[in-house]
Design a protein around this ligand. Structure first.
Ligand code: ADP
Length: 667
């Protein structure tokens, strides 16, 4: 025999009729405890106990039992592979620190032999193959052993002898002591001893097995809770990865969290510390019979729980809203209406800034929120905070991108305008000035014509540059709209007076059909007058003085007013009705222009109308059939005085502030 020989192998060689069996670690623990208890419950007498532990640490957990067992008998031997302080010595009992390479380090043995009983457990750990290990959870419970457990006295005696032989190798000084126990208990066939009733043993065994099972159950519970948490966090992280839209992330999170927490209601909303109320957009309801908060206004300012979270920057968990508590009194109507029994509020924070709130409600029974639950919801809230910040930064980036794009557009427009639009008038001006300079004898009449031409083209250039700057501002989104309730008729009057003062040529007849009882519109007066002026300008420009221009306004059946400026002029080809709104679109092209203009007017109108929340479009039956330009503008909802209703700034002030009627000087 050498140290690499397994005790189990030796036993099987000595007693070939024995059959081994497979034991899980928990069964061996229960069996060992039951056997130790049997010893502890026995009366002192001749008694041998040999326990071999794979490692010192396993022995440490049981050491106290061996101290008690050693009070019953001097024949107690404990073997273990040393790790820190375990050594071979004779103290209350014999300890044997075996070589870590000894086959004992793979085995678990316990032999107890008395006059009234004998039992032994001789087992070797089964090494799990790597493929098996993959399928098994990495836990202690999956460890398996192969070996013998029996009450058979002969088997126990043989096992004890093998173990004592091994002990003698390490502790030869114990030879005498071992010889004593041989004589007392091992060389005796025990035929005239009556083994005690196995019943108490079985009882203890079952108790220990139950305890083991209970531990297992707890382990499973914590694993499944952990799984649930991981799944939840994963699905929310996946949602964050998939989308930068907080709305989408909230939609996933509210359902997943509500389900995982098994609550009646889960709410997730964005809010600031100063918000007074919010509309609930994301709600999970476990049961459709419960009152739903979706789409409802949710009170924040008078809600003492919300305020407490805001102040402390901490979650608040309320077990039972039905417990008398004065601070809840103002919330009772809310609690009753929405049937809230337990309440958990967890803030979504980013660097101390409140970004939103997660609320969990139970409705039927009071619920004590556990630390685990709180940790989980707080982890989700933290994720949501990150998602919101990500989305915010992305939006900022997008904004910057749009500004960059607008700049790029402005740059290429500038090239276009200098290349084509400005070059024409500039060359005219140059030709005129050169002629004036080189021909001092030029007749006075011709000189005047030259000067007039140069002046007209200089004015055209000025208008072009002004319109170009206006359009660039509008397109880059740098215009701040000053929205206020306005009377449309006043804006029309201003536009009319501006065109009448500017136009030198004879205008066609202009008729206005705007009912006095029209609701106010919500718009920026200055820009609204600008749109009206440009459309009127065009209508007059492209209509003979004998023709007619009609301005009409009516509610369009929804929340908008529709304004129409119709003329009987030259009309627009049906396939050009969209193109007229493009920059620099002019039917004749820049060189064959009959009427003045920059080709930017309608592009500006489209930007303004869209910016004010409306739409603009053109209609025409075709060439010489007249044109109708329509645009919509939102109706103001605030209850305001019916007459002279321009609270704050009025279109009159707008007019005063304008340096030139066709271009609002806006920042
Ligand atoms: P412009 O400075 O040339 O008027 P706009 O952008 O205002 O520039 O208009 C673009 C083009 O659309 C005009 O040149 C003209 O061809 C066409 N258009 C605009 N308004 C009318 C109208 N009322 N009748 C016919 N054509 C029009």
């Amino acid at each position: 025999m050498n140290l690499s020989t397994s005790v189990l192998t030796q036993l099987l060689e000595a007693l070939p009729h024995l059959h081994t069996q497979l034991y899980f670690k928990s069964s061996l623990t229960a069996l060992s405890h039951a056997m130790e208890d049997q010893v502890l419950a026995s009366e002192a007498g001749q008694l041998l106990v040999i326990a071999s532990f794979q490692r010192e640490r396993f022995y440490r957990q049981e050491a106290h039992r061996y101290v008690r067992i050693a009070e019953l008998t001097p024949q107690v031997y404990v073997l273990a592979a040393p790790e820190t302080s375990f050594t071979s010595r004779s103290d209350k009992y014999e300890t044997i620190a075996f070589d870590p390479d000894d086959a004992l380090s793979q085995e678990w043995h316990l032999v107890v032999i008395g006059n009234q009983f004998a039992s032994c457990l001789i087992c070797r750990e089964r090494q799990i193959s790597p493929s098996e290990a993959e399928d098994l959870p990495t836990m202690d419970q999956s460890r398996r052993f192969e070996g013998i457990w029996t009450f058979d006295r002969q088997v126990c005696q043989t096992a004890a002898k093998i173990l004592l032989d091994r002990i003698q190798i390490y502790r030869p000084e114990l030879t005498e002591k071992i010889a004593t126990v041989h004589a007392q208990l091992l060389d005796h066939d025990g035929a005239d001893w009556h083994d005690a009733d196995a019943d108490p043993f079985a009882q203890r065994l079952v108790t220990y097995l139950q305890a083991g099972q209970y531990k297992l159950l707890k382990a499973y519970r914590s694993i499944s809770a952990q799984n649930r948490r991981e799944r939840l966090v994963n699905s929310i992280t996946a949602a964050i990865r998939r989308s930068l839209k907080p709305e989408e992330i909230f939609r996933v999170a509210v359902t997943e969290l509500g389900q995982a927490m098994a609550v009646c209601r889960c709410l997730i909303y964005r809010c600031k510390a100063t918000d007074t109320r919010t509309i609930i957009e994301h709600e999970f309801l476990a049961n459709p019979d419960l009152p739903s908060l979706a789409g409802q206004s949710w009170q924040l300012s008078g809600n003492s729980l919300f305020q407490a979270v805001v102040e402390r920057h901490e979650s608040i968990a309320l077990t039972d809203t039905q417990q008398p508590a004065t601070e809840l009194t103002p919330l009772q109507p809310l609690i009753q209406q929405w049937q809230i029994r337990s309440w958990l509020l967890v803030p979504v924070l980013y660097q101390e800034r409140l970004l939103g709130m997660v609320e969990l409600h139970t409705c039927n029974a009071a619920h004590q929120w556990t630390r685990d639950e709180l940790t989980m919801v707080e982890a989700i809230a933290a994720q949501l905070g990150v998602a919101l910040i990500q989305a915010e930064s992305y939006a900022n980036l997008e904004d910057l991108n749009q500004q960059l794009e607008a700049l790029e557009r402005a740059r290429s427009n500038l090239i276009a305008i200098t290349g084509h639009e400005l070059r024409t008038p500039l060359s005219t001006i140059q030709v005129c000035i050169e002629s004036l300079a080189s021909e001092p004898d030029m007749p006075l009449e011709l000189r005047q014509v030259m000067l007039d031409t140069a002046m007209t083209d200089a004015e055209r250039m000025r208008n072009l540059i002004q319109d170009f700057i206006t359009l660039s501002r509008l397109e880059s989104g740098r215009v701040q709209w000053h929205l206020e309730p306005l009377a449309l008729s006043e804006c029309i009057d201003l536009a009319l007076s501006s065109i009448r003062t500017r136009q030198v040529a004879k205008l066609p007849a202009i008729n206005t059909h705007v009912p006095g009882e029209l609701p106010l519109v919500r718009a920026d007066g200055e820009w609204l007058v600008e749109v009206l002026s440009k459309l009127l300008d065009n209508a007059c420009k492209f209509t003979e003085p004998e023709g007619q221009v009609v301005i009409e306004a009516k509610p369009n059946g929804g929340a908008m007013l529709e304004v129409t400026i119709a003329d009987t002029g030259r009309g627009i080809e049906p396939n050009r009705l969209e193109a007229v709104f493009d920059r620099f679109y002019q039917e004749e092209g820049a060189l064959r222009r009959t009427a003045g203009g920059t080709g930017l007017g309608l592009a500006i109108c489209r930007q303004v109308v869209r910016g004010l929340g409306g739409q603009i479009w053109a209609e025409s039956a075709g060439r010489d059939q007249g044109s109708q330009f329509h645009f919509t503008i939102p109706i103001a909802h605030e209850p305001t005085e019916p007459k002279n209703t321009t609270n704050g700034r009025s279109p009159q002030t707008a007019k005063r502030r304008r340096d030139r009627s066709s271009t609002p000087a806006k920042g």
